[in-house]
Design a protein around this ligand. Structure first.
Ligand code: NAG
Ligand code: NAG
Ligand code: NAG
Length: 487
């Protein structure tokens, strides 16, 4: 009896340890040359006790894998669909039918939100989506309402924190206002969200505050209260930029009469490569603080009673993301591209030295790398190497080679091997992808160093293995039976 009791107690404890902090979700992006299979990803989420996920589109395979998992989902409509959906309520209805209704049944996908666009007011878009975002939001929420699911499923717009600011003269959170040139449309969006009891969704990136401003105090990006330069907002002390940023939004909402609107943090995280401040040790420190902060169940100074709800960005590295914002863009994952954890992380927010559960059932390509051919002639190297490296790096991910990154500081031969291997793996180790006019050769010797990983890609093809004779015979019988039944 005692033994049995302690066994169930242990099981209980094990389950408790697995559960992430309440309100914790992750962003599942798939801009990778070899994305992990959706079933593997869903198992990875479950194994780590992650109960919410945010997508950037609606992908049938991802939705099928999520069905029955109980994981709460925020679906998304990409920016390039906003024009069509804004201009045509029929298109919105159709989208809801194909992407929401289809999966919304008992045992299907638990859909909580539809994200309309992704940071559509980002300065980089030059105002392209300013006119269409609100009409698209309206059409989608109205379509959800018409479909009878509007009380459970809310449309929202994930916005970058650059939609608001605190004036330069008075840079404290309580002075937060929506940016002048979009304050009209922001007010209308907030009114519409409020009418439908939908939340405001904002992406907050302390890493970018640091990256974009050389004078930004490093410690203010983290949560350990070490900041030598806290912000004093009329007696309220902010020791980290995350809370200061969040409360700047609260002030902007208060200023337009919606201070009580629920806020979801749609993206927050720290990258691990591609910049001198994008490193695993900082990411570990950032998440440690963030998760402890979430586990405390406290709100922010301006919202003491709203428990924070955040989606980490992101789940896995994506080697095909645009590097226009910076080389770190491809390294936001709390897992590597192959679902291996990168650093110690305790999702329960207790700060224990634990690692995440790695992805299960991941198949790799063969242990073959592509490297500089040691027999390549000096003449060929001189003539061709630069252009070949450029070609490889334009078509594959070489961001770890840059300044401050994990593979920086190799000689030109090391660079060439890294580039050739990156290309060869991105091309799924096709023979012709490791030639470069004779400059490259496949090798079974791992060129990796302690700091720099020459990766092997994962196998993503679902090509069926060749049928054996018995299976072939069985398949024939089944086909024949089906034919008979048909007739
Ligand atoms: C965490 O655990 C790892 C492996 O078990 C160990 O190498 C490391 O030193 C530990 N770190 C701390 C801070 O205890
Ligand atoms: C290796 O590549 C990186 C990134 O392109 C570059 O900064 C560095 O100068 C290269 N090193 C050599 C020795 O060419
Ligand atoms: C390098 O990659 C291999 C798999 O390709 C992985 O097992 C290993 O942990 C990686 N090492 C580092 C330092 O990331």
């Amino acid at each position: 009896m005692a033994a049995r009791l302690s066994v169930s107690l242990l099981l209980l404890l094990a389950t408790a340890a697995l559960a992430g902090v309440q309100g914790l979700g992750v962003n599942w992006g798939t801009q990778a040359s070899h994305p992990l299979p959706p079933k593997v990803v869903v198992q990875l989420l479950r194994d780590n006790g992650i109960k919410k996920v945010k997508l950037f589109e609606t992908n049938f395979d991802a939705m099928s894998a999520l069905a029955g998992s109980g994981i709460e989902v925020m679906l998304a409509i990409p920016n390039n669909m906003l024009h069509d959906i804004a201009g045509d309520s029929g298109a919105a209805k159709d989208w809801v039918k194909r992407n929401v209704k289809r999966f919304d049944f008992d045992g299907g996908v638990v859909i909580k939100y539809v994200a309309v666009g992704n940071e559509p007011f980002l300065a980089a878009y030059n105002g392209k989506f300013i006119k269409v975002t609100l009409p698209a939001l309206e059409n989608i929420q109205n379509a959800l309402n018409d479909a009878g699911v509007g009380d459970r499923i809310k449309a929202t717009v994930p916005l970058n924190a650059d939609v608001y600011n605190s004036p330069a003269k008075n840079p404290v959170p309580s002075a937060g206002r929506f940016r002048n040139e979009i304050s009209g449309v922001m007010t209308d969006i907030v009114k519409f969200l409020a009418k439908n009891k939908a939340p405001f969704t904002v992406n907050i990136y302390p890493f970018l505050s640091l990256y974009l401003n050389d004078n930004f105090p490093l410690d203010f990006a983290f949560f350990d209260g070490k900041s030598a330069t806290p912000v004093n907002d009329n007696g309220v002390i902010y020791t980290n930029v995350f809370e200061a940023n969040f409360d700047t939004l609260v002030a902007a909402l208060v200023a337009i009469g919606h201070g009580d609107m629920p806020i979801i943090v749609g993206e927050v995280g720290w990258p691990t490569d591609g910049d001198r401040r994008a490193k695993a040790s900082y990411a570990q420190r950032f998440y440690d603080g963030l998760l402890k902060r979430l586990a405390s169940n406290r709100g922010t100074p301006a919202r003491p009673s709203q428990r924070l709800e955040v989606y980490l960005f992101g789940l896995v590295d994506e080697d095909q993301k645009s590097v226009q914002p910076g080389s770190f863009e491809r390294h936001w994952g709390i897992f590597r591209y192959d679902g291996q954890p990168k650093f110690a992380m305790d999702l329960s927010g207790q700060g224990r030295n634990t690692t995440l559960v790695p992805a299960k059932g991941v198949r790799y390509l063969s242990r073959t790398w592509c490297a500089l051919n040691p027999k390549a002639s000096r003449n060929d190297l001189g003539k061709l190497l630069g252009a070949k490296i450029d070609y490889a790096c334009t078509n594959a991910d070489c961001t770890p080679l840059g300044y401050g990154s994990t593979c920086n500081g190799m000689d030109v031969k090391g660079n060439a091997s890294y580039a050739f291997n990156a290309y060869y793996q991105a091309q799924s180790q096709k023979d012709e992808a490791c030639d470069f006019q004779g400059l490259a050769l496949p090798t079974e010797t791992d060129p990796s160093t302690a700091a720099c990983n020459f990766t092997i890609q994962i196998a993503t093809s679902t090509a069926a293995p060749p049928l054996g004779m018995a299976a072939l015979a069985a398949a024939l019988v089944v086909a024949l039976l089906q034919l008979l039944l048909w007739w």
